[in-house]
Ligand binder design. Sequence first.
Ligand code: C5P
Ligand code: MG
Length: 166
Amino acid sequence: MGRMRIGYGEDSHRLEAGRPLWLGGVRIESPHGPVAHSDGDALLHAVADALLSALALGDIGQLFPDTDPRWRGVDSTVILAEALRRVRAEGYRPRQVNAVVTLDRPKLTPHRERIQERLAHLLALSAGDVGLSFKTSEGLAPAHVQVRAVVLLEPLPQGPGGVWTA
Ligand code: C5P
Ligand code: MG
């Protein structure tokens, strides 16, 4: 049995009127959204960085450089899936994720279950293993979304012949 690993990630985007707001792979009705090269899903970016960091695999900026036109407007579930693929290739899988989203508006509480379920689905976890808290900046950063995330990884179970399963 290998060791558990912990990873931490952060992401931040400036918000502008009229742009779509994506968080955790969920489109949230909002008066503003992130200015970003990709779809700007700060929650998926922070979680993807946490996954990579848990195994010292670098960060998503290395995998998906914002100077590369291929990644313009990219769906961030693609970024998360690539981080997850690399984690599995190292013989690990997520066991738990915890994130704090700092955003003044809109209110995210009405969207909590949808975000939790979507993120759980993307990481092959149950919703109870996805902890989310939402915070305002108390008006200090009204045009800013920031996410901080930690993940816990566990070794993949070993099947017959020592081949990783799941
Ligand atoms: O940041 P603050 O402590 O004032 O947040 C108060 C409440 O508002 C919290 O319960 C939080 O879950 C909720 N909230 C929210 N959407 C946000 C920010 C905070 O639902 N964008
Ligand atoms: Mg980002």
